[in-house]
Design a protein around this ligand. Structure first.
Ligand code: ATR
Length: 277
């Protein structure tokens, strides 16, 4: 019998996950299908009950359900618990197990660009929301030693650092303080939505003090290349958009569901094709 997978979110109309996963199922000859379900927050608990009743084999969770869904699962993987959010659920014969592949997806993607010793580099994270938390916790768990956080609301950056018990000496900064010290960082990561379409003229942080050769990573992929990344490139940065993180979180979810490593390059091609229209 075929297996069904899904995405629970609101809204989900523009999600690229169904195309990415269904192409991969077909490519690998798997009798599986992935579909997006638009679920309002007040219906999330019922939706998870429905998944149990229907025997749906696994699902992704996206905005705004990544935190709330944890209440309705049977087990939570340790990394997801530490991040405080779940984006992937495996239905293991009726036991729903929650994982988080966002942070790991980002880390794998960054490692491809920055090289094996990327965890030793001096890293600045911009933002202190859910996306920043996933990346901070994952990089810290992998052994990163130097991660500082800059955020518009400094208290949130302090809270992110203090609620995690990692042996890191992270510092929290306001955006303008971080701008002054930018030359100290080898990797700078934007985890905020600043610069996302349609507000493409906004930038999360000025790059005037950035050294050439700095790695700039933006988790945004709409637009494909933010103005912030374009400016960074002009100033000699090595840049990366959010496609890698998106596709790798999907590839890691695919592997948790099927125990098969998907064809990453093909997944990425499908997503890029869709975005470029
Ligand atoms: P996500 O789950 O995508 O990370 P979030 O939890 O709402 O979303 O976090 C949004 C992040 O983007 C926060 O760091 C937020 O800064 P504040 O903590 O000061 O709110 C940041 N952000 C969003 N809009 C911003 C803006 N216009 N200027 C600066 N930072 C912004």
């Amino acid at each position: 019998m075929g297996k069904l997978f899904g995405l629970l979110g609101h809204p989900v109309g523009h999600s690229l996950s169904p195309i990415m996963h269904n192409d991969q199922f077909a490519h690998l000859g798997l009798d599986c299908h992935y579909t997006a379900f638009d679920v309002l927050p007040e219906q999330l608990e019922n939706a998870v009950k429905g998944i149990r009743a229907l025997g749906i084999a696994g699902f992704n969770v996206t905005i705004p359900h990544k935190v709330q869904v944890m209440e309705y699962l049977d087990e939570i993987d340790e990394e997801a618990r530490q991040i405080g959010a779940v984006n992937t659920v495996v239905n293991n014969n009726g036991t729903l197990i929650g994982y988080n592949t966002d942070g790991k997806g980002f880390a794998v993607s960054l490692e491809k660009l920055a090289g094996e010793n990327f965890l030793k580099k001096k890293i600045l994270l911009i933002g202190a929301g859910g996306a920043a938390r996933g990346i901070y916790v994952t990089l810290a768990r992998m052994g990163a030693k130097n991660i500082d956080i800059a955020n518009r609301t400094v208290s949130k950056a302090i809270e992110l650092i203090e609620t995690n018990q990692f042996p890191l000496h992270s510092k929290a900064f306001a955006i303008d303080e971080a701008e002054e010290m930018l030359a100290e960082y080898e990797i700078v990561i934007n985890t905020t939505s600043v610069g996302m379409s349609p507000h493409i003229d906004h930038k999360p942080l000025s790059l005037k003090n950035m050294k050439a050769g700095t790695i700039l990573s933006d988790i945004i992929y709409n637009p494909f290349e933010t103005n912030w990344l374009k400016e960074g490139k002009r100033l000699g940065a090595i840049t990366q958009n959010g496609i890698g993180m998106f596709v790798r979180q999907g590839a890691l979810a695919f592997e948790l569901w099927t125990n098969i490593k998907p064809d990453y390059d093909r997944m990425e091609q499908i997503v890029i094709q869709q975005l470029r229209g």
